[in-house]
Design a protein around this ligand. Sequence first.
Ligand SMILES: *Cc1c(COP(=O)(O)O)cnc(C)c1O
Length: 406
Amino acid sequence: MIPFSPPHIDDLIIEEVSKCLRSGWITTGPRTKLFEKKISEYCGNEATVCVGSATAGLELMLRWYGVGHGDEVILPAYTYCATANVIMHCGAKPVFVDINKHDFNISFENIKDAINYKTKVIMPVDFAGNCCDYDEILDYISKLTTKRKFMPRTEEQAALERILVLADAAHSFGAVYKGRKTGTLADASVFSFHAVKNLTTAEGGAIALNFPEPFENEEIYRQLCISSLHGQNKDALAKLQKGSWKYDVTEAGYKCNMTDIQAAIGLVELSRYDAILKKRKYICERYAAGLSEYDWAELPVLQDKDKDSSSSYHLFPLRIKKVNESKRDAIIQGIFDEDVAVNVHFLPVPMLSFYKTQGYRIMDFPIAYNQYSREISLPVYFDLTDEQIETVIKAVIKVVENSDSY
Ligand SMILES: *Cc1c(COP(=O)(O)O)cnc(C)c1O
C-alpha cells in the first residue's frame, strides 16, 4: 500500500532528538528559542512564537485580541474543524462564507458581504498551500468606510482600529505571494507542524507576528509566551537562573508551549525545507502532467503561474468532473483497492454534526459542497518515488475510467 502522508524521519532527526534528550533540557528552552528565530528569518516576519499546535496558536491570537461573546469571526466553510472550533472556544460566532470555484480559498466577494459591526476577525485559510488574496482583504478592511463599521471593545482592538486578519497558514509554510512569504502577509499567521504537514515537529505550531504600527511585535511575542505558559512571567529555563526561582502569574493563561524535543525535529526540517518544497512541487507537477490529457480530471491550481507567487504544494486536490459524492466515494474505494491511499480535504465544517446542531446548513455553501463532493487528495510526501507516482496516476486513471460515470 502506498501510504498517504508518512513523516520523513531519518538518522539526522533521530540524532538531533537524541542530543536534546541527552542535553538535560527537554521542555521549552534553547532549541525552541532558536527554532522561533529561524522561522522568523525564513519567513521574514518580525517575531514568532512556537506553540503546541496550530489550533492552540489560533486560539491564543483570538484571545489576545479579546474575541468573545457577541463577536463574529469570518472563515471559509471549506476548512478543517480547528479553524471553527477555536472561535467556539472563545464564545464568538463563526460566520462561514463560501469559497472560490478555482482554488478552494475563501471568496473575497463573500467576505465583503459578511462584514458587519460585530466582525472582529477574518481567518483566511491557505488551502493546499495557495495563499489567499491578502492584499485585497487588507485593503478593503483598511478603507475608511469599512473601518467605520468596526466597534472596538478592547485596548488591542482600539489600537488596530480595524478587523484583525488571522491567517490559518497550516498548509502554506514557505508559500510565496507577490514576492513575500507567508508569515508576513497577515497581522498574524499560524502554521501547523502536525505529523502530516509539510514541516513537522510531530505535533506543534507557530504564530508568525507581523502587526503594523503602533504595535511592537516583540512585545506581543512576550505576551504570547506568557499566555502560552499559565500566565507565568518566567519560563522554566528563566526560573533556573541563580536566585530567580520567584515568579508571578499575571493571567489565567493556557498551557500550550512547544518542547525542545519538538523543536529539535523542526530545526532539522527547516534546515532542509527548500529540498522538501522542491520534491513536493515535483510530485504535483508529475501528477498534473500524467492526468492533464483526461477530460474528467480537473487539476488543482498550483499557485506558480507568475514568478512572484508559489504554492507550498501541501496537497494535490484533484477534482473529478461530473461525479456526485457517492460516485466519488466509490472511486476512492477503487483507488484503495489498487493499494493507493488517498484522502478528502475537507468535509466542509457545516456538514459536521456539531455544526449542524448550531444551525449551519451545507446548502448555504454550494461551491464548498460541490468542490468537496468531487475532491480526491493524492499522496504528496518526501519519500514518494517516481515509480510510486506512476502507480498513483495509473490507479486513478484505471478506476475513474472503469467507473460507471465514464
Ligand atoms: C492541520 C490543520 C489545522 C490544525 O493544525 P494542528 O497543528 O493540528 O492544530 C488547522 N487548520 C487547517 C486548515 C489544518 O489543515
